[in-house]
Design a protein around this ligand. Structure first.
Ligand SMILES: *Cc1c(COP(=O)(O)O)cnc(C)c1O
Length: 326
């Protein structure tokens, strides 16, 4: 029933989001330019509402609910940014929201989700299958399930960040995008092929879980065990049908970044750009620095996808990267 989204869907999402999502800044850093011998443009979605680009996809999906769907409500499963994105979008649109979270999700994330007015239902991630559980709740209560990435409306919404980036910078030579389940990368790919067709587009996933890269190589979706990585927003086990459909067609390649490289990038953002960026949000810049891509002399876009990180954890990570004499 649902079809692969197109650039027209991204453009329609941009209109829906106008006045509701922040138009986040595109920031420069002379240090980054020097480090990479390139012109680097950071699209700062860590400064988006609720702290990540996920607000875009969630709001775009919820704003297309029918009156009956709005009345009954939305359900989502997530321990992270998707939960907060759905909760905030639902509150803004007057839609009741139910969020399924693992029992061991960080307290701060549960509190933030409840703070946006959502009902949080916890489950045991080692005992219960969250997809089954949410499907059952959706049927019992008549709720509409919005998945974190594999939905055309979510993908279209996520693509709007790249539209804004290209509007501001004009065509770029290279664009680096964090990759989990692929909502952000596939939406970005639709925008890129329409607005900057010659731009090389790379997804960046954690080294510990390169299922996306394996999937591209194999030509089919590869499933892996949940990767152990600091990049908790990219701990996905597989791409989706929709996201893979766009990624295999429109993305040039997928590269990886290690946890140590993510921490180094976090420190860079804190020290040089005065920005709090969560580990997953650092994937793009970490790859720009370390993946060996030819960037010299080019105009390089980096999507900084989010800034939600527990402050104690953040301090620990930033501190731990300081050398022994530090
Ligand atoms: C969800 C998320 C990602 C990965 O996005 P996908 O659409 O699942 O690929 C990257 N960064 C942050 C901060 C996220 O919250």
């Amino acid at each position: 029933m649902l079809q692969l989204p197109t650039y027209d869907d991204v453009a329609a999402a941009a209109r829906r989001l106008q006045g509701h999502a922040h138009r986040t800044p595109v920031l420069r850093s002379a240090t980054a330019d020097r480090m990479l011998n390139a012109e680097v443009f950071f699209k700062c979605e860590n400064l988006q509402r609720m702290g990540a680009f996920k607000f875009r996809g969630a709001y775009n999906a919820l704003s297309q609910f029918t009156p009956a769907q709005r009345k009954a409500g939305v359900i989502a499963f997530s321990s992270g940014n998707h939960a907060q994105a759905i909760a905030l979008s639902a509150r803004l649109l007057g839609i009741p929201a139910t969020i399924l979270m693992p029992l061991d999700a960080p307290q701060a994330k549960m509190d933030a989700t409840r703070g946006y007015g959502a009902e949080v239902i916890t489950f045991d991630r080692y005992q219960q299958d969250r997809e089954q559980l949410s499907a059952r709740l959706a049927t019992e209560r008549g709720l509409t399930l919005i998945p974190p990435y594999d939905h055309p409306h979510v993908i279209a919404g996520q693509g709007t960040a790249a539209c804004e980036l290209f509007e501001e910078t004009g065509p770029l030579d290279v664009l680096l995008v964090p990759l989990g389940g692929g909502g952000l990368l596939s939406g970005t790919a639709l925008a890129t092929r329409a607005l900057a067709p010659k731009c090389k587009l790379y997804g960046v996933e954690p080294e510990a879980g390169d299922d996306g890269r394996q999937s591209l190589r194999k030509g089919e979706i590869v499933d892996i065990p949940t990767p152990q990585t600091l990049a908790d927003g990219a701990q996905t086990q597989h791409l989706g049908q929709f996201t893979f459909g766009v990624i295999r067609r429109d993305v040039d390649d997928i590269v990886t970044a290690s946890d140590a490289q993510l921490v180094e990038a976090m420190r860079f953002f804190a020290e040089r750009m005065k920005m709090v960026v969560e580990p997953t949000g650092c994937l793009g810049f970490a790859a720009a620095c370390h993946a060996g891509l030819p960037l010299r002399g080019l105009r390089v876009g980096v999507i900084v996808s989010g800034g939600n990180v527990d402050l104690a954890r953040y301090a620990q990570l930033i501190g731990s990267a300081v050398g022994p004499a530090g």
